[in-house]
Design a protein around this ligand. Structure first.
Ligand SMILES: [Zn+2]
Length: 174
């Protein structure tokens, strides 16, 4: 079974004014919506992650305050919310570290759903996407990275991460 994993497409990353927004981040939204449509039509699971931090989280020392619990910034962007509305095979995973596996039920969820192949998209390429792909690799789950649906504030690191995922983590980058 295939699933779509959408990493951290939240206001704080993808919308102007967001705590860690970078110009152009919103460009991933519309190709991601196309994939959502396709997965919905095929009745395939869609898992979306939300970076989610408690007050004074350790990560704020690195990135400043972002995706604080129960704030507008931590919500997924409206377009995605709309696209997922009423879909019973959409699953939310709240995460507080780069990897979507760390301290979450993602592993359990993938097992329950019988997922053997993952399409991954979202923000940002060289941090949360990369560290999640590394964990998919550890679990021998076939992974496809949609390069038009991922981006980073640092274009060199973005390119590095795509290469790393393709050459070292054996993901398919399309
Ligand atoms: Zn964070």
């Amino acid at each position: 079974m295939e699933a779509l994993i959408i990493v951290d497409v939240q206001n704080d990353f993808a919308k102007p004014g967001g705590a860690l927004y970078f110009p152009g981040a919103e460009r991933v939204i519309s190709p991601i919506l196309e994939l959502v449509k396709e997965f919905r039509e095929n009745r395939l699971p869609i898992i979306y992650t939300r970076d989610w931090h408690e007050d004074n989280d350790y990560e704020f020392g690195i990135w400043g305050v972002h995706c604080l619990h129960d704030t507008k910034g931590s919500e997924i962007v409206d377009e995605l919310k709309e696209a997922l509305k009423g879909y019973e095979r959409a699953f939310e995973v709240k995460k507080s570290r780069y990897s979507a596996f760390y301290g979450t039920n993602l592993e359990f969820l993938l097992k329950e759903l019988g997922i053997t192949k993952v399409h991954i998209v979202g923000l940002v390429t060289h941090i949360c996407v990369l560290f999640t792909v590394e964990e998919l690799r550890n679990r021998e789950i076939e992974t496809i990275v949609h390069s038009n649906c991922v981006d980073s504030f640092d274009k060199e690191m973005h390119k590095f991460a795509l290469r790393e995922m393709e050459e070292v983590l054996l993901a398919k980058v399309i």
